[in-house]
Structures are given as C-alpha cells and as structure tokens.
Design a binder for this molecule. Structure first.
Ligand SMILES: Cc1cc2nc3c(=O)[nH]c(=O)nc-3n(C[C@H](O)[C@H](O)[C@H](O)COP(=O)(O)OP(=O)(O)OC[C@H]3O[C@@H](n4cnc5c(N)ncnc54)[C@H](O)[C@@H]3O)c2cc1C
Ligand SMILES: NC(=O)c1ccc[n+]([C@@H]2O[C@H](COP(=O)([O-])OP(=O)(O)OC[C@H]3O[C@@H](n4cnc5c(N)ncnc54)[C@H](OP(=O)(O)O)[C@@H]3O)[C@@H](O)[C@H]2O)c1
Length: 446
C-alpha cells in the first residue's frame, strides 16, 4: 500500500487529512496516511500556547499567536467549501471572529471524521531523506524520548512558515535597558499598558501588535517601517516613522530624525521558512512571497514529484487555498492528476514567478493569488465555492482598512459558500476586550 507522511497538523496538515477522508467517503482506495505533529494537539498556530522559547522537552515552541488576536481578514475569504461557518455554528456569525472561534471552526470538520487516529502527537520529525526509491522519515517521540525511522512513498510538508522568527540586530540593542522581543513571543498586550512601545516592521504583525498595544493601554506606540509605510490613519497615541537607526540608552533614534523614549522594542520583522529536518536536495529555499519558486502549482517539489509542500506562500487566501492545494496533492499522489514533463513544469513555474515579480499593489496581489487558487480549484473535485466573491471581498476589506484601521473589523460580508451575510457584532472591535468564544457568540446586543 502507498504510504504518505504529513508533517504538521496545523490547518494545512488538516486539509491534507480531510482531502483523503473525503476521497475515502466516495469509496476510493486511499493510501496509508500518518501525520506527525510536535505539539500535543492539533490546530497548528491556532492552538494557542502561553509558552515561549522551548517546551518542556526542549523543543522550540512553534506558536506565534497571542491573546486577543482577531481574524485580520474577513472569515468569508477563508471559509471551507465543504464545511461552512453556518453549518459549524448553526447560525451566521460576524465576519471577523477572534482566534478561539476560528480554532473551533478549523477543528469542527476534522473532529467529525477519524483523522485524529492518524496523527502522532508530540512527535517531531527530525530527518527526511530520499533514498532513490522512497523517503526515510525519522521522528522523535518527545514523551518517551525515543527516535524511530519509517519508510514513506510520499511526503507532504505542512510545517508552516510563521514559527521561526527572523531577528535582526540594531546598534544599541545590547545596552538597551528595556525589553526587546520578536512578535513570535508576544502573548499579551496588557504587558505594555502605560508603556512606550516601538514596533519594527510594516506588515500584518506590525500593524496588529501595534494596534493591540494601543487598544490595551500603551502610553505611546511608534511603528518604524524600513521600506514602505503602512500609511493608515493611526489613532492618537500611535505614529509611523522611518526606520530605526539605533538605540541610545532608552531612546530609539530613527533615520528621519524622530527620537522616542521607549520601554520596549517589538520586532515584527517576519519569519524564516525553516526546514531543519529536510535533506538539502529536498529543501525549499525562499522568503515570504506569493509564488515561491521550484514548486509546480505551488505544491509539487520540482526536483522530486513525491514531495509536496502546502501553504508555503505568503497568504491573502488561507484555509480554502490550503484545501485546494491539499486536494491537488492528494490527486497527484492517487494518480488522478499526472504531473507533466520537466519542460512544462519549468514553463509553468516561470510563468507564475514572472507574473508575481510584476505585482505592484495589494489589489494586484489579491488578483494574483485568487487566479492561482482558482486554477488549482479547477483541477480537483473540491466543492463549489465562489472565488469571485472572495476576490471582491478582499478588495473591499483592503479599502475599509485604508478608510479606518480601527473600524474595518466591524464590517460584514457574505459567504461564498452559503450566501448568508455576517451579522454585525454586538461590540465594536476597538472596545471588545473579551475575545472568548462564549462572549463572541452569545452575548446579547448592548
Ligand atoms: C500571528 C499570526 C496570526 C495569523 N492570523 C491569521 C488570521 O487571522 N487569518 C488567517 O487566515 N491566517 C492567519 N495567520 C496565517 C497562518 O499562517 C495560517 O492561518 C495557518 O496557521 C497556516 O497553517 P499551516 O498548517 O501552514 O501552519 P501552522 O499553523 O504553523 O501549523 C504547522 C504545524 O506543524 C507542526 N510542525 C512544525 N515543525 C514540525 C516538525 N518538525 N515535526 C512535526 N510537526 C511540526 C507545528 O507544531 C504546527 O502544529 C496568522 C499567522 C500568524 C503568525
Ligand atoms: N490575525 C491577525 O491580526 C494577524 C496578526 C499578526 C500576523 N498575522 C499573520 O502573520 C503572518 C506574518 O506576518 P508578519 O508581519 O509577521 O510577517 P511578514 O508579512 O513577512 O512581514 C515582515 C515585515 O518585517 C519587516 N522587516 C524585515 N526585516 C526587517 C528589518 N531588518 N528591519 C525592519 N523591518 C524588517 C518587513 O519589512 P520590509 O517590507 O521593509 O522588508 C515586513 O514589513 C501573515 O500571514 C499575517 O496575516 C495576522
């Protein structure tokens, strides 16, 4: 029997498990699947952990999510085609749920099946080599402190790429008297109440960590961009300045001449694609971009078609794109999709990479990733979902952010799966301090 290893039981690994389960439901003969996750439970980044640094076994903690994190895009854009929000919650829910609500949703459909039996938890994959015929996958059972090697015909790499922080150094850091941390270790904005905070970066983490600190009572928040400012209309108490030059004592000195006394510096400087368990010939080498090279259809490793990667792109689209990738990978593995010859593969990858390199703004990037996802979608039997509506929703969302960064999460959108419209949430995001599932779903309108 064909054997498949899935590395990671986050959203991507769970999409892969779900894809095989759906084929089995249609009476197709599926391969023998084993999924490994180094955490004690499933859900990947969405499985909140208070821990930072290393876990009780000395393994680096993969989690980067924090308390009070709310979806930064409309939930309608990430909805599963085969399991709607309405089905999971039994009613339409607002468009921007907090983490615990999305975590509940992600797990909802897999809890209904038997995928959990296929996952080895607290098991870190430490080595993968291709021996010319198949893969030798070595994993460490952290609880029992044992190491084993099993043989697989295919490997699906779904270990995420927002777990290993990229940490730059700036002059003066060694002598800084306050706290310096990466957003990977950020857990609770309450820590920064009444503090002056400097945030480095100009992408989603910088935006959200800065807003969180402001929302939970920081005295001031200064965001330093390196290339392009986010340029939102920041509320009083927040500002955006150009690039950190150095720290001098407790002062942050910026390249545009701004000087800010600061208690903490939070590095929202992104993450590394990190695959210490893969041999060099199998290793994807990329930054955070919309079309990492050497992946046919963004999934199949160009140099070895038995190796698949899921979710390695920078992400506008998430869960339903991961599903389309997983369904595609499954069909390649099950022989329903034939991978073309190497010339055709090269041509296809180059086409997408060169289109990506020409993108100039967020709308074009949304179009690019929507086209990519739509193409994958047509290649498998992934159920019906309206990607044109998703495209439109993403663009409206971008424009809402430009209009008002404090209120975009109060907007409503309609589902690309059921058509139902997300009701207005009972509490505006900027004053919603309790992010629990219970409060989000049950609290009556004030
Ligand atoms: C702070 C933050 C907020 C985000 N917010 C949103 C949001 O609001 N909306 C949205 O759609 N997306 C959001 N994302 C994007 C996020 O990348 C995806 O939602 C999703 O979690 C990606 O799924 P994944 O399975 O690829 O990776 P992950 O969720 O990272 O899961 C990977 C899994 O692989 C396991 N693993 C790693 N290495 C090994 C190994 N060697 N052996 C065994 N197991 C291993 C990990 O334990 C983990 O469980 C956010 C990301 C971050 C960092
Ligand atoms: N739900 C939420 O609210 C939420 C919150 C946080 C994160 N997220 C998700 O998390 C993922 C990761 O986002 P991310 O922002 O961490 O990573 P990212 O999108 O890869 O952005 C990295 C940022 O770091 C900056 N940077 C890199 N090196 C730097 C340096 N030496 N000095 C200053 N700046 C530097 C980059 O700036 P340059 O442009 O100058 O290179 C860029 O702005 C995204 O998918 C996002 O959606 C979601």
């Amino acid at each position: 029997m064909t054997k498949v290893a899935i590395i990671g039981a986050g959203p991507c690994g769970l999409s892969a498990l779900r894809s095989f389960e759906q084929a089995e439901k249609k009476s197709e003969k599926i391969p023998d699947v084993v999924c490994f996750d180094k955490q004690e439970d499933w859900g990947g980044l969405w499985n909140y952990s208070w821990r930072t640094g290393s876990d009780q076994y000395g393994d680096p903690v993969p989690n980067s999510m924090y308390r009070y994190l709310w979806s930064n895009g409309p939930k309608e854009c990430l909805e599963f085609a085969d399991y709607s929000f309405d089905e999971h919650f039994g009613k339409p829910i607002p468009s921007f749920p907090p983490r615990e609500v999305l975590y509940d949703y992600i797990l909802g459909r897999v809890k209904k099946g038997n995928s959990k039996n296929k996952i080895k938890f607290s098991s870190t994959v430490t080595n993968v080599i291709y021996n010319g015929n198949n893969f030798e996958v070595t994993y460490r059972d952290k609880k029992n402190a044992t190491s084993s090697t099993d043989i697989f015909d295919y490997v699906i790499v779904a270990n995420g790429h927002f777990s290993v922080p990229f940490i730059p150094e700036y002059p003066g850091m060694k002598a800084f008297p306050g706290r310096i941390m990466h957003s990977h270790d950020f857990r609770d904005a309450e820590e920064f109440r009444n503090k002056n905070v400097v945030v480095l970066g100009s992408s989603y983490s910088a935006e959200d960590v800065a807003l969180q600190c402001h929302k939970y009572g920081a005295k001031s928040v200064t965001i330093a961009y390196r290339h392009n400012p986010m340029g939102f209309k920041w509320p009083k108490g927040m500002k955006e300045v150009f690039h950190l030059d150095r720290l001098e004592g407790n002062k942050a000195i910026f390249k545009d001449g701004n000087v800010q006394e600061t208690d903490a510096v939070i590095l929202c400087t992104g993450y590394l694609h990190h695959f210490p368990f893969l041999s060099e010939d199998l290793k994807l080498n990329t930054g955070n971009r919309l079309y990492p090279p050497k992946l046919y259809k963004g999934v199949v490793w160009q140099n070895n078609h038995k190796l698949m990667y899921l979710g390695m792109q920078d992400q506008f689209h998430t869960f339903n794109m991961f599903d389309c990738q997983a369904w595609f990978a499954r069909d390649v593995i099950m022989g329903k999709i034939k991978v073309p010859d190497s010339l055709e593969i090269e041509k296809d990858i180059n086409k997408w990479v060169s289109m990506e390199e020409k993108l100039e703004n967020a709308d074009q990037m949304i179009d690019f990733q929507t086209e990519y996802t739509k193409e994958l979608y047509t290649l498998s039997d992934y159920p019906k979902i309206d990607f044109e509506l998703i495209r439109k929703t993403f663009k409206e969302w971008e424009h809402h952010k430009v209009e008002n960064i404090m209120t975009y999460r109060n907007k409503s959108f309609s589902s690309p799966v059921t058509g139902s419209i997300g009701p207005k949430h009972h509490t505006a995001w900027e004053v919603a301090m309790d992010d629990s599932l219970k409060t989000f779903l049950d609290q009556p309108k004030k």
